[in-house]
Design a protein around this ligand. Structure first.
Ligand code: NDP
Length: 312
């Protein structure tokens, strides 16, 4: 079994920031990249609100830059996914890819969150045949075509605008009578000539012979004005939020009702000394690249103090 000082799981802004700080503090961190190297931002189109990029930056570019910055300070960056753990006593054990065991004094969990699906069978039936959770990855296939995107948050708005730059028409399927997104994003969507927002609308299913050709929708479900209708579409995108990637820790750490790892107050400390959680896996509220990076920094400082025997 390999023994390390500081193990970081995850390669989003939290993981890389924790890596940069712990490396510069001579903790010799080992970072496993996880299922999606670079994290969710690699599938984000343009990031306009990360301080320091006055003209915005592509998500994958920012993550490449963070990786380079971590590598510059000697972080041992490895491909691999943490598949199980034993946090019953220190040093803590983490299994990578079901086979490789690592023992660590400090564990910083930055495993992020994964896109949610509606849970209708047609999403599975048409998986890879018109259903997607990543507009940036798959939008290209729908140039001049008609697509729908479900959701009313910032992600859905951002992706609807991105899709509208490629597709001929974008339906936005919003279950409430308003968008949850920030005002500026709402305005951009509502004023976009290629986007039609379908408020109070839910998806019943999808249809199509070999791939998605349309969606069965319902407006005002369960009311006197309930109305079922179809739209012809070539692609069906989902942007309805995320589930925190905390399942392998559930036997050891306290999670909230939606699976986010609970940390103590403003710190990244979990109930287990030497185990820290940073970024989206522990953040049901803010979920921004900048807040994730900030919490990765906090985790690194707390890890350093823990190893030095300093309480903070
Ligand atoms: P949100 O949780 O903010 O929004 C999810 C949206 O999906 C809501 O409109 C929600 O509807 C809808 N939804 C959820 N479940 C279903 C369902 N089963 N059927 C239909 N609709 C559903 O998630 P986001 O991913 O948009 O954003 C997460 C966080 O990241 C937010 O804090 C956001 O501000 C931030 N963000 C910031 C960006 C930026 O600053 N550039 C870009 C993207 C995200 P309802 O409103 O009815 O609950």
């Amino acid at each position: 079994m390999e023994k390390v000082n500081c193990l970081i799981i995850g390669s989003g802004p939290a993981g890389y920031t924790a890596a940069i700080y712990t490396s510069r503090a001579n903790l010799f961190p080992v970072l496993y990249e996880g299922i999606q190297p670079g994290g969710q931002l690699t599938t984000t189109n343009e990031i306009e609100n990360f301080p320091g990029y006055p003209n915005g930056v592509a998500g994958f570019q920012m993550m490449e830059d963070l990786k380079k910055q971590a590598a510059r300070f000697g972080v041992d960056i490895r491909p691999g996914v943490a598949t199980s753990c034993d946090l019953s006593q220190s040093p803590y054990k983490v299994t990578i890819d079901g086979k490789r065991q690592i023992e660590t004094k400090v564990l910083i969990i930055c495993t992020g969150a994964t896109a949610k699906y509606l849970g209708i069978p047609d999403e599975v039936k048409y998986g890879g045949l018109g259903v997607s959770v990543c507009a940036t990855c798959d939008g290209f296939f729908y140039r001049k075509k008609t697509v729908a995107i479900v959701g009313g948050g910032d992600s859905a708005c951002e992706e609807a605008i991105y899709l509208a730059g490629l597709a001929g028409k974008v339906y936005m399927i919003v279950r409430k009578n308003h968008l949850r997104a920030t005002k500026i994003m709402q305005e951009r969507v509502l004023n976009h000539p290629k986007i039609e927002v379908l408020f109070n609308t839910n998806t019943l299913g999808l249809f199509g012979e070999k791939a998605v050709e349309g969606a069965y929708l319902v407006k005002h479900t369960g009311t006197a004005q309930e109305e079922k209708f179809d739209v012809a579409i070539d692609g069906f995108f989902l942007a309805i939020g995320h589930t925190p990637n905390s399942a392998i820790f559930k036997d050891y750490l306290e999670l909230d009702e939606t699976g986010y790892i609970k940390t103590q107050g403003r710190s990244t400390k979990t109930a287990i000394p030497g185990v820290f959680a940073a970024g989206d896996v522990a953040d049901p509220h803010y979920r921004q690249a900048i807040t994730a990076a900030g919490s990765g920094c906090i985790a690194a400082i707390e890890a350093e103090r823990y190893l030095a025997g300093i309480s903070c």
